[in-house]
Write a protein that binds this ligand. Structure first.
Ligand code: SIN
Length: 486
């Protein structure tokens, strides 16, 4: 892989302001999922390195929190600028380790950088409150203070953005930060550390601990008493376990967990818009996002036309190495991911679904799966209940609004939901009735640093992005001052 700035390819952990080998010297291979080629060997950190990172973050917290908000903001702004000036290199690195098409990787770099810009600005507006006093001679104040050391475990599907979404508000608020990136995609995280260093982040403010020992590193990040806040993006079962581990020291916890997004298309929808939104929602990152449409509910009158148009759009997507020009669909992240998609499609077909397009692996390689559309889905099928996390669109029919809402909400998950209609009243009614943290109305991709991202039910706790995103990294302190005279 040719990089304009080869120094962003870092392979050692970033702790206390330096790149260091893992204690014991172990490494693990990072492999390109499109080609199977080894990109590089990365430090495989044991628990001792996570402890070291927490200690560094604790030391750095004392001075980082004491900077003026505008001084922290200036650092985050420099990091934003550096990310954008390295957009192409960061995108190439991301595509190599994660597989997504270069165009999507470039967009993710800009999305990730946006969190540092937005939260840097927000740092200056972390206002407290003065409450009208309840007695003469008193003054009642509310202060917003950084929580302390914040830790995170982040996933492979968005190797930069999921770190930025947590690190940016943490650092803006005055917290220091330790992240364990996914073992599949540590290079984007380490490149971010390199740029953070160049942006002038003081030693210990941002620490990156790569490793294959998720359980042992995770245990430190969730149980060490010096850590005051933990944030996780990943599966619901793992999130529940990690939240349980945090309970012992009553840490603040944010969880961004699995989804099972409904995508509802009413007869009155603009068909072109609905199909474009469906493709964007379903096939972004090869279907490997928590907010991907997982169940398409299509009203009877538009069902045939929608299915035909979506199948045509899906089969037109160019599948191949994400680094090749024009690629729209790269590989899935692992053999296991392909196996799961195969099993869900087989289950649907065995139980009466109809294959409209795709339905098997793609000749581009063993981790590639054809963009697929199935109709005749029922709620009894596994794909109705489980996150597909692959390029498979499953279409269900519905008769009326009441039925669509009931079907959409028939899940323990509640992250994103989508509705397509040109009826303004219906848009409001459905958006309000859907049990989801985020609703796209005539929009298939809704993520942005300026708005609160997060789920309800078993899809998570807390919000990332927007004004709410910094609240999870601050404590609210009430100060009552008495004896002041009247
Ligand atoms: C995710 O899949 O968790 C994040 C998707 C996004 O930010 O759009």
């Amino acid at each position: 892989m040719m990089l304009q700035d080869p120094a962003i390819l870092q392979t050692r952990a970033f702790i206390g302001g330096s790149f260091v080998s893992a204690t014991g010297g172990a490494t693990f291979a990072v492999v390109n999922p499109a080609t199977g080629e080894r990109i590089s060997d990365v430090a495989d950190c044991p628990a001792a390195d996570a402890l070291h990172a927490v200690a560094s973050a604790e030391t750095a917290f004392r001075s980082w929190r004491g900077l003026l908000a505008k001084e922290r903001a200036a650092c985050l702004r420099r990091l934003y600028d550096l990310m954008l000036s390295h957009q192409e290199d960061l995108a190439r690195l991301m595509t190599a380790e994660q597989g997504k098409p270069l165009a999507e990787a470039r967009a993710e770099v800009a999305y990730a950088a946006g969190f540092f810009e937005w939260f840097g600005e927000e740092a200056k507006r972390l206002y407290g409150e003065v409450i009208p006093a309840n007695a003469h001679g008193r003054r009642l104040l509310v202060l917003k203070q950084p929580v302390g050391v914040a830790t995170a475990i982040t996933p492979w599907n968005f190797p930069l953005a999921m770190i930025a979404r947590k690190a940016a508000p943490a650092l803006a608020a005055g917290c220091t930060f330790v992240v364990k990136p996914a073992a599949e995609t540590p290079l984007s995280a380490l490149a971010l550390a390199e740029l953070g260093c160049r942006a002038g982040l003081p030693a210990g403010v941002l620490n990156v601990v790569p490793g294959t020992g998720a359980a042992e590193i995770g245990e430190i990040l969730t149980t060490d008493p010096r850590v005051r806040k933990f944030s996780f993006t990943g599966s619901t079962p793992v999130g529940k376990m990690l939240a349980g581990q945090c309970a012992g020291t009553v840490k603040k916890v944010s969880l961004e967990l699995g989804g099972n997004a409904p995508f509802i298309v009413f007869d009155d929808a603009d068909l072109d818009q609905a199909v474009a939104g469906a493709v964007a929602s379903k096939f972004r990152n090869m279907g490997q996002t928590c907010v991907c449409a997982n169940r398409f509910y299509i009203q009877d009158g538009i069902h045939e036309a929608f299915a035909a148009r979506l199948a045509k759009a899906a089969s037109d997507l160019l599948v191949g190495d994400g680094a090749a020009p024009g690629t729209a669909q790269g590989p899935l992240v692992s053999d296991r991911a392909v196996g799961k998609v195969e099993a869900l499609v087989a289950d649907a077909l065995d139980n009466g679904a109809t294959l409209v397009t795709g339905g098997s692996r793609h000749p581009a390689g063993r981790r590639f799966y054809q963009p697929t559309v199935l109709t005749g889905m029922t709620m009894a099928m596994r794909a109705a209940r489980e996150e597909i996390f692959g390029p498979v669109a499953t279409l269900f029919r519905f008769r009326d609004q009441r039925e669509a809402i009931a079907l959409a909400n028939a899940t323990p998950f509640g992250l994103a939901a989508y509705v397509y209609t040109r009826d303004l009243g219906r848009a409001w009614q459905v958006a309000e009735a859907l049990e989801a943290g985020m609703v796209g109305v005539n929009e298939g991709v809704i993520s942005t640093e300026v708005a609160p991202f997060g789920g309800v039910k078993e899809s998570g706790l807390g919000r990332e992005g927007g004004r709410a995103g910094i609240e999870d990294y601050v404590e609210t302190k009430y100060v009552a001052m008495g004896g002041l005279g009247s």
